[in-house]
Design a protein around this ligand. Structure first.
Ligand code: MF3
Ligand code: CO
Length: 278
């Protein structure tokens, strides 16, 4: 936990630089999403992302980070986050979360999405849609928040509403991993919990840039790490989804740096207008 360490507040020019990194990540993930299908390996997805980042002239941020051996994390089914891409062959109906980070001129972007492959279990599609919706609710909350705790409140409200609405469905919000400040490094203070906490969290001010990244399971919230020292799986073997965006707080509003439209479409549905920099 980062506690109350110093936050790196960004100038408008620094946010513009982070936007360039964010768009590289958005494009890399869009390419992976368009290509992913049963029969491919997770290593094939790695190669697509690595090529997209290299051809944009950017640097992957995960590769070599704490000795992580790849450009993306590919986490399949009961894998929550930090799955290492390789020889695993994707099967119909797999739930595939891809997490990607890139650096441009020293500034970072970080984003993740979940793809549910064809022949999907409708409950897995619902899980991914819920996680994405929870992420957007957390992002929208940032637009009016006084403190970062509003993000986790919003995520948890969405998950609770889904449980109240669906007959007997139970979801877990993973608490072992949290979102984070981001800028001249991938992981910075402050922590951004994806769940309700007593601690109201850091003050939300212009120049704050954070990665909001809920991880939601179809069962219990508990996780464990596999023997590769990276792959995080659910304790109960249930499937999980992970969605993430890098978001900047500006004088006049927020800007989703890793969304190609800056978040305009999804946030408009929630009554929030983005305030992109020119
Ligand atoms: N995107 C992940 C996060 O938000 C980082 C992946 S960890 C790495 O924390 F080591 F693989 F880079
Ligand atoms: Co992140």
């Amino acid at each position: 936990m980062f506690g109350r360490e110093r936050i790196e507040f960004k100038t408008p020019d620094q946010v513009r630089a982070m936007r360039r990194a964010g768009l590289v990540v958005a494009d890399a993930l869009a390419e992976v999403r368009a290509a992913a299908r049963p029969g491919m390996t997770t290593g094939d997805l790695e190669a697509i992302a690595a090529r997209a980042i290299a051809s944009a002239g950017a640097t992957p941020s995960f590769l070599g980070y704490l000795d992580y051996p790849a450009t993306v994390c590919v986490s399949v089914n009961d894998e929550v986050v930090h799955g290492i891409p390789g020889a695993r062959v994707l099967a119909p109906g797999d739930v595939v979360s891809i997490d990607c980070g890139a650096i441009v001129d020293g500034w970072h972007g970080d984003s993740a999405l979940t793809i549910v492959l064809p022949d999907a279990d409708p409950a897995d599609v619902a899980l991914s849609e819920l996680t994405e919706r929870a992420m957007w609710a957390g992002i929208a909350a940032l637009a009016t928040a006084d403190r970062l705790g509003a993000v986790g409140d919003a995520v948890e409200d969405v998950v609770e509403a889904a449980q109240a609405g669906g007959a007997g469905v139970r979801y877990g919000i993973v608490e072992d991993y949290v979102g984070h400040g981001i800028g001249s490094a991938m992981h910075q203070p402050p922590d951004v919990p994806n769940y309700r906490t007593r601690d109201r969290g850091a003050r939300v001010r212009p120049g704050l840039c954070v990665a909001i990244e809920p991880m939601i399971t179809r069962g219990d919230q508990r996780t464990r790490v596999l023997a590769d020292d990276w792959t995080v799986v659910t304790e109960d073997g249930q499937r999980a989804s992970h969605w993430e965006h890098t978001v900047a707080v500006l004088e006049d509003g927020i800007w989703v740096l890793t969304a190609s439209d800056g978040g305009a479409a999804r946030l408009a549905e929630l009554g929030v207008r983005i305030a992109p920099l020119a």
